[in-house]
Structure formats: structure tokens, C-alpha cells
Design a protein around this ligand. Structure first.
Ligand SMILES: [Zn+2]
Ligand SMILES: [Zn+2]
Length: 180
């Protein structure tokens, strides 16, 4: 089984290779870019953001139409939100193996700082791996350095390093289970 990465056309192409490499290394699983053809839905003009739940429903439909059974992570550059939440870095729906992550709030420029390629790649890899972790049934972790810690701010996100030993064990055991 390979994790499939869908890349929105508006997301920077230069991040694709380092993101796939980083995700594969952090998850210790095969990860590959995959073609997809659908437009993002869920845009809310009053917030200038996309509803992450509606994007997941779009991925869910596309997976069913295309007969894709592998976990899918969609990378977008647009800012994501939920009806009752100002923003989310990403969102995952375990039951259908669909996740989305946005780079909008992972870029230094969003916080008025100078952009840095390595910062952005590292954050995208950690947050992408976090959402994929949810697809394998992992929940939020209290350890601040664990990828499965739920970050409220960029500072908290930057404190994360890798999966803690407990989450790593759960990820490894979940990977062996055949899921439909
Ligand atoms: Zn989470
Ligand atoms: Zn953990």
C-alpha cells in the first residue's frame, strides 16, 4: 500500500519532491504523487477560506468514483476553516481515508517573516504526517514534540519533531491491518 499525495494546481510545484521524500521518511511508509482531476469546492467568499469538510467530501467522492482504496492526502495552498473554527492547518476523515493539509499558515510570510524553504517543507511534512496519522487511527498526543500533538500556533507546530515511541508503535501496528 502506498499513501497517495494529490497536489492542488495552485500549490507550489517545487515542494512536491521534498514533501514526498520527507513524508515517506517520517512515516516510514511508501508515499507517491498521484494525478487527480477535480476542482476544490467549499469556498466561502465571506471568509475567503475553504471549508475543509467540503474538500474532504470531494476527495471521498473522487476516491469512490475512481476506485482508489489507498489513503489520500491533498495539499492545497488555500486557507482552510471549519464552520465553527477560524482556521485549521488540516483535516482528516479516517472512515474514508481522506485528508487535506494547507500550506497557507505554514509559510513564514503569513506571520510577517521572511519565507524559508526548509521551514515550509518541515512544517508541511509534519502536518501532512499528522493528518495521515489520523487516517491510521492515531489520536492527538500530549507529548509536545510528537507529530500527533495538536498545535494551536506556529510556535507549537515548530516544536514538533517526530512520532513519539507510543504513536510510532500504534502507526506500525495499524499499518499491518487491512482496512476497507
Ligand atoms: Zn489532529
Ligand atoms: Zn505521540
Amino acid at each position: 500500500m502506498r499513501i497517495k499525495i494529490f497536489w492542488d494546481p495552485q500549490a507550489p510545484v517545487g515542494l512536491q519532491r521534498p514533501a514526498v521524500r520527507g513524508l515517506s521518511s517520517l512515516l516510514a511508509m511508501p508515499v507517491e504523487m498521484a494525478e487527480h482531476r477535480f476542482f476544490l469546492n467549499g469556498f466561502d467568499p465571506s471568509r475567503n477560506q475553504y471549508d475543509a469538510q467540503k474538500i474532504l467530501s470531494r476527495i471521498q467522492l473522487y476516491k469512490r468514483q475512481q476506485g482508489i482504496t489507498e489513503p489520500v492526502l491533498l495539499v492545497v495552498s488555500q486557507d482552510l476553516c471549519l464552520p465553527r473554527q477560524d482556521f485549521v492547518f488540516g483535516l482528516a476523515r479516517e472512515s474514508v481515508g481522506a485528508a487535506v493539509v494547507s500550506i497557507a499558515r505554514l509559510e513564514n510570510r503569513f506571520y510577517g517573516r521572511e519565507d524559508d524553504h526548509a521551514d515550509l517543507v518541515g512544517r508541511l511534512v509534519r502536518e501532512g504526517a499528522h493528518e495521515i496519522g489520523h487516517l491510521f487511527g492515531l489520536e492527538h498526543c500530549a507529548s509536545r514534540e510528537c507529530v500527533m500533538h495538536h498545535p494551536a500556533t506556529l510556535g507549537e507546530l515548530d516544536r514538533k519533531k517526530a512520532f513519539c515511541s507510543a504513536c510510532r508503535a500504534r502507526l506500525t501496528s495499524a499499518e499491518g491491518i487491512d482496512r476497507i
